[in-house]
Each structure stands twice: as structure tokens, then as C-alpha cells.
Design a protein around this ligand. Structure first.
Ligand code: NAD
Ligand code: DAU
Length: 335
């Protein structure tokens, strides 16, 4: 029986991918390992808990003993576990270095020492390339990360590539653009803005609002990840993006329109420090494996908005407690 270990499977993309695996590989034994940080929520995979092939371990990828015990029992590993929010990395970088670099290294060591693991897929990000005003980055372009978050992800990528070169540890890397969809923690721009607007609160738009992001529906990312896990070439990097580039201002206007709110709900605030202007990745390498994004941007944003409207019980508790404290600090820094 094939066993897959999904680390960070209680977060946004990891939980969507765990659900994808249960649908597309029902015969796989699936282990979700997650530390359950503020961003990890067991609710995100509550529908999987009665599946006899599914098990959950509350644990930290930095825990050497735990990782050394589990890794030799699995065939595939997909590592989503990370600290992921750029703004938090700017105010408190430590956890990013620990989880994103050291945690990944911990898994690499365990994979290197196990002959059972066939493929270890590291989930990285388009942010490792840095900002690009024109054109798109290819997989062999140099890395120029701007934030402590993207620098820690770049560090993990380089460790994976070094393990491939040095030990032939069977790694693969995906670098995707901004994801959106259900179960995204409401600190990220789309769920933050949608839930604020549902609550009739203003939305804090950074700087001039002209920074560009390429929006990828999470389901399309899951299809790409699964294809790369099974058919990608070991030691290789694959970009994943939808080519749906919009400015934050355009995105905000779209959300206002969908939720029938006036432009006065936009609150211009101080820009993010080191704010990357534009991300863009060339995905021809993945497309040559037969992948293409299937989601229609406007339609999928509409479905995403509808999901947050229908699932207040999921996000309302997340916007109290720790989140409120975090936001109080953030707003103090804003003009
Ligand atoms: P998320 O913040 O929603 O979830 C991260 C998950 O990792 C949480 O469940 C958290 O509890 C878990 N985690 C954190 N530290 C851990 C540790 N030390 N040990 C075990 N579990 C730990 O993140 P996401 O948005 O789903 O991102 C998942 C991955 O995809 C990350 O590696 C991120 O860098 C990458 N990525 C995200 C996006 C995006 O738009 N969200 C785009 C490109 C790449
Ligand atoms: O590009 C992939 C990356 O996308 C992932 O690697 C990261 O984990 C993920 O968090 C995301 O990073 P971004 O910084 O692009 O996402 P975020 O949702 O934080 O911000 C998107 C854009 O919106 C960015 O230009 C900043 C802006 N923004 C964000 C917030 C939270 C605002 O204008 N106001 C806000 O309140």
C-alpha cells in the first residue's frame, strides 16, 4: 500500500490537497502531520476523519525524533508546513527561519537516511524569485527574495537542491503564485477583505494598491502538485501560476462589486515594507506535462466569496483572540 505524508495538512493549501488525495487516490494511506499553529485548523479536514485510510499526528517538522520515526514508513512526502504570512515575517522572523528552513532540513535528513521514500515534494513559492516588472521568471532564474518569509523559503529550496546534487535525495519543488479558495486563513488579502466586507468593515489597502499578483485557484494548484509528485522529474523545480494578473486595487474593486459595497469601504494604509511590486512565473515546464489551470478567475472568485458567506462559523472564531491582538499591532503601524 502506498503511504503519503502531508505536512501542514491543516492549513489552507495542505487541507485542500489532503481532500484532493482522498478523492483521487482513495487507496493511499494518508498521514497528515501538523503543529496546529494559529494557521492550522483541524476543522479544515474534519470531513476526512472517518476515512479508514486517514490518520492525523499533531507534531512539528522541527522535531527530529518524530520526523525520523515517521519518514521511513512513507512512500511520498508533500511538505506544506511553513510560516506563510509575509507581514508576520516582517515583524517576527524567527519562526520562519525555524520552520521553513530548519524544519525542511529536518525532513531532508530523514529522507536521506531512509530508502523507503520515493519522492519528497517541497512546496515553495514564486516569491523566492523576488519582484519582476516585466516578463516572467523561469525555474532556472536566480533567487532574489525580499522578505524574511521569501528568504526562508529560498533557503529551504537551496537545501533541497543541495541534497539532490550531493546525495541524490529524491526531491522535487513547486513554486506557485498566490492561491485563493476555501479554508484560507483570514489574514491573507482575499479572505481578509471578503470577511471584513461581510462584517461591514473597511479593507486596508497597502500603498497605492498597484502591486500585481497572479491568482491561482487552489484546486488548480492541487492538480499541479499531484501531477508533479507523480510524474515530475526528480531534482527539478516547477512553477505553477494561472496567468491571472491583477492589481490589488482591481481585485478590491471586484470584491466590492461582488459584495455590493461602495468604494468608501477602501481604507488606504501605509505600504508593506519591502513590498514586491509584481510576481510572475513562466509555467511552460509544467504545461509540457499536460497541466493547465481550469478555473475561470471571476467565476472562482465568486464561488470563493460565496464560500466565506456560507461559512461564517468557520472564520468568525478565527477573527477573534490571537488574530485580534495581531491586528491591533498591525493597525498601530498603519497611517
Ligand atoms: P497556511 O499558513 O494556511 O498553513 C500552514 C500550515 O503549516 C498550518 O496548518 C500550520 O499549523 C502548519 N505548520 C506551521 N509550522 C509547522 C511546523 N513547524 N510543523 C508542522 N506544521 C506546521 O499556509 P498555506 O497558505 O496553506 O501555504 C502552504 C504552503 O504553500 C507553504 O509552504 C507556503 O509557503 C506555500 N505557498 C503558499 C501560497 C499561498 O498563496 N497561500 C502560494 C505559494 C506557496
Ligand atoms: O506569491 C505567493 C505568496 O502569496 C505565498 O508564498 C504566501 O505564503 C502568501 O501569503 C502570498 O503572499 P502575498 O504577500 O502576496 O499575499 P497577501 O495576501 O498577504 O497579500 C497579497 C497582496 O495584497 C500584497 O500585494 C499585499 C496586499 N495586501 C495584503 C493584506 C494582507 C493589502 O493591500 N492589504 C492587506 O491587508
Amino acid at each position: 500500500m502506498t503511504t503519503i505524508l502531508i505536512t501542514g495538512g491543516c492549513g489552507f493549501i495542505g487541507s485542500n490537497y489532503a481532500r484532493y488525495v482522498s478523492r483521487h487516490h482513495p487507496e493511499y494511506k494518508m498521514i497528515v502531520l501538523d503543529k496546529l499553529t494559529y494557521a492550522g485548523n483541524p476543522e479544515n479536514i474534519s470531513d476526512l476523519k472517518n476515512n479508514p485510510n486517514f490518520s492525523f499526528i499533531k507534531g512539528d517538522i522541527c522535531d527530529e525524533k518524530l520526523i525520523t520515526e515517521i519518514v521511513p514508513k512513507v512512500d511520498y512526502i508533500v511538505n506544506f508546513a511553513a510560516e506563510t504570512h509575509v507581514d508576520r515575517s516582517i515583524s517576527e522572523p524567527d519562526a520562519f527561519i525555524k520552520t521553513d528552513i530548519f524544519g525542511t532540513h529536518n525532513i531532508l535528513e530523514a529522507v536521506r537516511n531512509s530508502s523507503n521514500v520515493k519522492r519528497f515534494l517541497q512546496i515553495s513559492t514564486d516569491e523566492v524569485y523576488g519582484s519582476i516588472l516585466e516578463g516572467s521568471f523561469r525555474e532556472d532564474d536566480p533567487l532574489e527574495p525580499s522578505s524574511p518569509y521569501s528568504a526562508s523559503k529560498a533557503g529551504a529550496d537551496l537545501m533541497c537542491l543541495a541534497y539532490w546534487t550531493t546525495y541524490k535525495t529524491p526531491i522535487l519543488i513547486t513554486r506557485s503564485s498566490n492561491n485563493y479558495g476555501p479554508y484560507q486563513y483570514p489574514e491573507k488579502v482575499i479572505p481578509l477583505f471578503v470577511t471584513n466586507l461581510i462584517e461591514n468593515k473597511q479593507v486596508p489597502l497597502y500603498g497605492d494598491g498597484l502591486n500585481v499578483r497572479d491568482w491561482l485557484y487552489v484546486e488548480d494548484n492541487c492538480v499541479g502538485i499531484d501531477l508533479i509528485l507523480h510524474e515530475g522529474k526528480l531534482g527539478e523545480i516547477y512553477n505553477i501560476g494561472a496567468g491571472e494578473e491583477v492589481t490589488n486595487l482591481e481585485l478590491t474593486h471586484l470584491l466590492l462589486e461582488m459584495l455590493d459595497k461602495p468604494k468608501s469601504m477602501i481604507r488606504p494604509v501605509e505600504d508593506r515594507k519591502g513590498h514586491d511590486r509584481r510576481y510572475s512565473v513562466d509555467c511552460s515546464k509544467l504545461r509540457s506535462l499536460g497541466w493547465k489551470p481550469l478555473a475561470d478567475f471571476k467565476e472562482s472568485i465568486k464561488q470563493t466569496v460565496a464560500w466565506y458567506q456560507a461559512n461564517r462559523a468557520w472564520w468568525e472564531p478565527l477573527k477573534s483572540g490571537e488574530f485580534k491582538e495581531y491586528y491591533k499591532k498591525q493597525y498601530r503601524q498603519m497611517v
